[in-house]
Design a protein around this ligand. Structure first.
Ligand code: PLP
Length: 393
């Protein structure tokens, strides 16, 4: 069966699918077999041979125990998350303040399962990561958004008004934000955390206050000087920081995400997790990768540099007499355009040339993820060719 056959929708009307899911499609960017894949914000550099060897050895070492369930509390891995956060972000946390799951997608879903639900509100700031409304749908949580400023920075005043008006159980912020790349300044985050310490929660008892979830999937790509929200965890009991090994850490295929928060938040999440949700194979692979943290992160600085050079190049382009805009990004992708009246055609023409990017974000914009030097050269060549063609259509 081909990938497209496997993903076709064949749901008979006689199946008792939940009413609110009828007509829904599974989420996901196209997985196409093209030479240049710049659409899902992966790290384009594969693990080095010695890391592959270490992963293989770690998995071989636990293979003979696979008749047993894995460590449900994944303590050794949680310690590795602690050590990594202490080293990467200067955030010093205890093992009880860390929690792992199958990608930060599962971390976020567990947060919605624990804190959302019927009668509960989750609040984000658009444009942002398009999975949040899906976690809300799947947990019967109502999803609301405040708007961002025209430059995609967070409009903190508007968010505070929305917190007052909607009484969310969870405020979900993304830093750097996807798809815009915008980072959240620490002072803005503190204002929001402090407002949430006093704010009421719809559908909850008096004295209950919202948590603030900061999704830091791309944080390792930030510019020097910006701190991770994880350094505030010991000051704010209402802060939860979601992170992942999928992006900078170049480990998307292993599916490992983690949450840093006060012990109370972690214990709420532990209530909703599946028993043994993190397989022994996943735990072994992640531990092996953490043993090789330097190698796994070796290309981050280069990707940051690629982002800066690509942003400068994109800003020299013209489309229908207008200069192409580029949103300032602290991530491994760039949102560009702002003037593409036919972004679908630009996407299609790039795809014809073997370059896959993403149609996402506000109308008129496209997102490209940073690839290897060769991939970026092909992207630039294709885009320079395509823009005048689509501009004439
Ligand atoms: C903002 C954001 N959060 C979370 C994720 C999920 O990452 P993963 O489940 O691979 O950790 C992504 C993936 O693209 C993302 O963009």
């Amino acid at each position: 069966m081909s990938a497209s056959e496997a993903t076709g929708n064949t749901i008979p009307a006689s199946l008792p699918l939940r009413n609110d899911l009828i007509g829904e499609e599974p989420y996901g960017a196209p997985q196409l077999d093209v030479p240049v894949c710049l659409n899902v914000n992966e790290n384009p550099y594969p693990p080095a041979p010695d890391v592959v060897k270490a992963i293989t050895e770690r998995i071989a070492a636990i293979a003979s125990t696979l008749n047993r369930y894995p460590d449900r509390e994944h303590i050794e891995l949680r310690q590795a998350f602690c050590d990594y956060l202490s080293r990467e972000s200067d955030a010093h946390l205890a093992v009880e303040q860390l929690w792992g799951a199958n990608g930060s997608n599962e971390i976020m879903l567990q947060l919605f399962q624990a804190f959302g639900g019927p009668g509960r509100i989750a609040l984000g700031a658009d444009p942002t990561y398009s999975m949040y409304p899906e976690y809300a749908r799947d947990t019967f949580t109502t999803w609301h958004t405040a708007h961002r400023n025209p430059d995609f920075t967070l409009d903190v005043d508007a968010l505070l008004v929305a917190i007052h008006d909607t009484k969310p159980a969870m405020v979900v912020l993304t830093s750097p934000n996807n798809p815009t790349g915008t980072a959240l300044p620490m002072d803005d985050l503190r204002r929001i955390l402090e407002a949430c310490e006093q704010a009421p929660v719809a559908g909850a008892n008096e004295g209950v206050h919202p948590i603030v979830v900061v999704d830091e999937a791309y944080i390792e790509f930030r510019d020097p000087g910006l701190a991770s929200a994880a350094i505030l965890i010991n000051q704010y009991q209402n802060l939860a920081v979601s992170r992942t090994m999928s992006k900078a850490f170049a480990f998307a295929g292993a599916r490992v995400g983690y949450l840093a928060a006060c012990r109370g938040i972690i214990d709420c999440v532990r209530i909703v997790r599946m028993p043994y949700h993190l397989s022994a194979v996943t735990q072994a692979a992640a531990l092996a990768a953490f043993d090789h943290t330097d190698e796994q992160l070796a290309r981050v600085a280069h990707l940051r540099d690629t982002r800066e050079r690509t942003a400068q190049w994109l800003a020299t382009l013209q489309y229908k007499g207008q200069t192409v805009k580029v949103a300032p990004s602290e991530s491994n992708f760039l949102l560009f355009g702002g003037c593409f009246d036919n972004r679908g055609s630009i996407f299609d023409e790039l795809l014809k040339r073997g370059v896959l990017i993403r149609v996402v974000g506000p109308d008129g914009w496209l997102r490209v993820c940073m690839g290897t030097d060769e991939e970026m050269a092909r992207f630039r060549e294709a885009l320079a060719e395509v823009l005048p063609i689509v501009g004439q259509l």
